[in-house]
Design a protein around this ligand. Structure first.
Ligand SMILES: Nc1ncnc2c1ncn2[C@@H]1O[C@H](COP(=O)(O)OP(=O)(O)OP(=O)(O)O)[C@@H](O)[C@H]1O
Ligand SMILES: [Mg+2]
Length: 248
């Protein structure tokens, strides 16, 4: 894990006045955010407020039209450098994987190792071991040989988290995974994220629609609605005002 914080002051992702447009539609406007190593951030905002756009911008899938972004202290000009790419794992907004999708759970997690090693490199014993270690971390090693499509939404989400961990991600960006899950499964995943954050010092940025759950687990809440409406402590009363303002 990258312990060298000398060049980045512990700031993993830094956004300065970042704006993103789709054609002539402004999706994000002058976003300023510092994501610190060890943060456990909940991002909330109404549908269409730019949450997915924000995550995709953080990993370089979308290029901002204005502003400056650094990852681990290094300015991102066109694309995210290879040495940084796998330090940040992205678990996209999905509902459920097709039940006939042919891959086994272990294959999906090993893909995290392939992605890191490059497809030209064969997967080695150590890669298989790291994939199993990641599955163990998310408590899914018992399902390694099952087809991914046969798992529940919450279990699939665990496997996708394991895939990012197998690639040795230090930061996890999770997009609204809870919308496909019931309350109990959502809590289970939040417990897992809490464990990864606390025990393994993984920085977590998770989008969620249940603000009370985010408040219960996260140490920082960011509310967005194209602009940042709130960024701070979950217990801050200003958060309630921001929520009323952007959701009503
Ligand atoms: N590829 C695209 N082309 C054009 N407009 C887009 C594109 N992707 C997103 N948008 C628009 O940008 C805005 C922000 O979208 P985004 O997906 O970031 O919202 P969100 O907060 O993640 O919403 P949700 O809660 O529904 O997931 C929306 O108005 C959306 O219609
Ligand atoms: Mg979204």
């Amino acid at each position: 894990m990258g312990d060298d914080i000398s060049s980045d002051n512990g700031i993993v992702i830094c956004m300065r006045d970042i704006s993103v447009v789709y054609g002539d539609f402004a999706a994000l406007y002058e976003i300023n955010l510092d994501i610190k190593k060890g943060d456990f951030i909940g991002i909330c905002g109404p549908n269409g407020s730019g949450k997915t756009t924000l995550l995709k911008t953080m990993i370089g899938l979308i290029q901002p039209i204005a502003g400056k972004m650094t990852l681990y202290g290094e300015e991102i000009i066109d694309s995210v450098p290879v040495h940084t790419r796998f330090r940040i794992g992205y678990v996209p907004q999905i509902t459920t994987i097709d039940k006939n999708f042919p891959a086994l759970v272990k294959d999906v997690v090993e893909m995290g190792r392939y992605a890191k090693a490059g497809l030209v490199n064969r997967i080695r014993k150590i890669d298989k071991q790291k994939a199993m270690d990641a599955l163990r971390l998310v408590d899914m090693e018992h399902s390694a040989e099952r087809p991914i499509g046969h798992l529940s939404g919450g279990q699939q989400q665990r496997v996708l988290i394991a895939q990012a961990l197998a690639a040795e991600a230090e930061v996890l960006l999770l997009d609204e995974f809870t919308s496909a899950l019931d309350f109990r499964m959502t809590e289970d995943i939040m417990e897992l994220l809490d464990y990864l954050n606390y025990t393994h010092k993984i920085t977590i940025i998770t989008v969620g629609h249940n603000i009370e759950i985010l408040r219960a687990y996260c140490n920082r809440i960011v509310c967005i609605n194209k602009v940042i409406a709130f960024d701070g402590d979950p217990k801050d009363s200003e958060l309630d005002k921001a929520i009323i303002k952007i959701f009503h």
